[in-house]
Design a protein around this ligand. Structure first.
Ligand code: SF4
Length: 291
């Protein structure tokens, strides 16, 4: 299989066939992200995609799930994605779901008819990095879309029948705003009802605008206590059935839970860590590695 530059996928896609259709990230401007910073965005030729699918057919003929890499593969036009999906079904007829990272902007770039067509071809379980439900924080993180766009575009996915996971970050709004961020995320989650919610935690990766702003005193990261209180509040406020998918290693208290069934045990788990951790640690900002 052909892979160019760094390849990221959600931890939950560890057993999924990774098929490269783009290199890098078309947006590549988020305030906090270094994932594809040094990679020039490009689109793979269909001949290359077909070659990879021929190889996959030989090695993994029974595969049921395909993840399209890289950073925002849903940026491809509806027509291109349709052609890729049809080619996947030709070579791997047992595939049920074709998933990938997607941004709110990527959804905006497709008509309702295109979205419906893609849903019929098995495109779903999109990993949508919304990051925060707070307008000003979203603006600062430079995701390239507004909060109103997020509400509208995620509802468009619902209407088209495309399932999705809501990616967000604890601490996204900075120091002193964890509860506010939890309330804003929960409001958006409760409105758009994602299949799952996928938290990570904001961290200052070297070379980013975020790291620079922190060094210059223009942004303050949330303390560990605030991050944990935000996690707890999010769990308390989400009141639609969804999967809490929080195993990313960047999260201090990482676990999965089925909501609402596991809500109380999930809250208790975070509470236990808060009560069992020294104040010195809780009131500090721990170093976190890059996502
Ligand atoms: S967070 Fe996602 S959309 Fe933003 S620059 Fe990084 S890979 Fe691209």
């Amino acid at each position: 299989m052909n892979y160019t530059g760094p390849v990221y996928r959600p931890p939950y896609e560890a057993n999924t066939l990774l098929l490269q259709v783009t290199v890098g990230c078309a947006h590549n401007k988020c305030t906090f992200c270094t994932m594809y910073r040094d990679v020039k965005f490009s689109v793979d030729k269909m001949e290359q995609v077909e070659k990879d699918l021929q190889e996959a057919q030989e090695k993994y003929p029974k595969v049921k799930r395909v993840f399209l890499v890289n950073g925002d593969a849903f940026v491809l036009s509806g027509r291109r994605l349709k052609a890729v999906a049809e080619m996947i079904h030709k070579y791997l007829p047992e595939v049920e779901i074709i998933t990938m990272y997607a941004s709110i902007n990527n959804i905006m770039g497709k008509t309702d008819e295109e979205l419906a067509d893609l849903a019929k071809l098995g495109i779903g379980d999109l990993w949508v990095g919304v990051e925060t439900g707070l307008e000003d924080a979203l603006d600062y993180l430079n995701k390239g879309a507004s909060l109103q766009d997020a509400y509208e575009q995620l509802e468009r996915l619902n209407r088209a029948g495309i399932t999705f996971f809501y990616g967000f970050m604890f601490g996204a709004a900075g120091k002193g705003r964890g509860i506010e961020n939890a309330e804003a995320n929960a409001k958006l989650i409760n409105t758009v009802k994602p299949l799952g919610i996928v938290p990570t935690t904001l961290s200052p990766n070297e070379g980013t605008k975020l790291a620079k702003d922190i060094a210059e005193g223009n942004f303050e990261l949330a303390t560990e206590r605030e991050v944990l209180e935000e996690q707890k509040k999010t769990l308390e406020l989400v009141d639609v059935p969804t999967y809490y998918m929080g195993i990313h290693i960047i999260n201090t208290v990482s676990f999965d839970a089925q909501l609402p069934k596991d809500k109380q045990s999930a809250i208790d788990r975070v509470d236990y860590v808060i009560s069992d951790t020294d104040d010195l640690v809780l009131d500090s900002v721990p170093l976190r590695h890059s996502i």
